[in-house]
Design a protein around this ligand. Structure first.
Ligand code: C2E
Ligand code: CA
Ligand code: CA
Ligand code: CA
Length: 279
């Protein structure tokens, strides 16, 4: 039993204990993940609803641990944020994703955007803009081909600092997308000032589009608002033709989800794009 200081008690159950020691063990093992080559990226196609073409990829991190097997980023990213490892790991993700895009372009794939997730901790680092610019120069990827995905929480935590940083990134030509849009607490008035290019409709609104009229209304409203503020939209978690048809009818610009493809290893992504070009 542990006192939490507000005249109440919290009980640590065996499940919570197990959870805590797993988190500790994972957090520790994560320190070796990068040097031991246990991390890799998979890429999920982003498809235009105008013509069905692959117009981008989202890089998603995978950790394959020798004992635990594949650990979900939903589990290890928060640990990496807590112990600061997200900074070197995040830089590795950016570098790897940009090198991959360079290799695809050199191999004859059409120009596309590479979307990379940026955590709040990374976003808060001094010198982020220079680090990103340096990697773009080093890999020879045009800044317009990089799309950084930030959550609303990142943008809204300290709006003044965030606005300044987003302006820096956007002045260099880098694209900005708000991830999980609609789930956080955003002040709509800031959206316009933030130099944001794209809103990413959260998959929680996409999932029940077929049956839930509230979700239909939310998805529709996000598309309309984005367009009237000069931004584009992408819906994530699109799994069915029904969801796809609804989003297309409402003017959503792009989709990403299992309906088209799961996140893929580089060689499979390349094959997917080549097949998409023939279709
Ligand atoms: P996210 O950025 O919202 O990514 C979307 C998640 O939905 C991914 O899970 C993706 O595999 C999954 N997904 C894609 N299409 C579908 C679909 O049709 N249906 C369903 N049910 N799911 C779909 P994943 O890869 O497990 O990543 C989970 C989260 O971990 C990401 O959510 C992101 O917040 C974080 N993450 C992943 N890679 C990175 C990274 O390199 N850096 C940072 N900071 N965070 C990352
Ligand atoms: Ca995109
Ligand atoms: Ca994302
Ligand atoms: Ca999401």
């Amino acid at each position: 039993v542990k006192e939490d200081g507000r005249n109440s008690y919290r009980f640590f159950t065996p499940e919570m204990q197990a959870h805590t020691s797993r988190a500790l063990a994972l957090g520790n093992a994560l320190k070796q993940a990068l040097p031991r080559g246990e991390l890799h990226l998979v890429y999920q196609p982003q498809v235009s609803l105008l013509d069905g073409r692959v117009v981008g990829a989202e890089a998603l991190l995978r950790w394959n641990h020798p004992q635990w097997g594949v650990v979900s980023p939903a589990e290890f990213i928060p640990l990496a944020e807590a112990n600061g490892l997200i900074v070197p790991i995040g830089e590795w993700v950016l570098h790897t994703a940009l090198r991959q895009l360079r290799a695809w372009l050199d191999g004859g794939l059409p120009m596309m955007t590479m979307a990379v997730n940026l955590s709040a901790v990374q976003f808060g680092q001094a010198g982020l803009t220079d680090m990103v610019s340096q990697l773009l120069r080093q890999t020879g990827v045009p800044p317009e081909a990089l799309e950084l995905e930030l959550t609303e929480a990142v943008a809204m935590k300290t709006p003044e600092v965030a606005a300044q940083k987003m302006q820096e990134l956007s002045q260099r030509g880098i694209r900005l997308s708000i991830d999980d849009f609609g789930t956080g607490y955003s002040s709509l008035s800031y959206l316009k000032r933030f130099n944001i290019n794209q809103l990413k409709i959260d998959q929680s609104f996409v999932r029940d589009i077929g049956t839930d009229t509230d979700d239909q209304a939310i998805a529709t409203a996000i598309v309309q608002m984005a367009h009237s503020l000069g931004m584009t939209t992408i819906a994530e978690g699109v799994e069915t033709a029904e969801q796809l048809d609804f989003l297309r009818a409402r003017g959503c610009d792009q989709v990403q989800g299992y309906h088209y493809s799961r996140p893929l290893l580089p060689e499979h992504f390349e094959a997917f794009v080549r097949a998409n070009l023939q279709a």
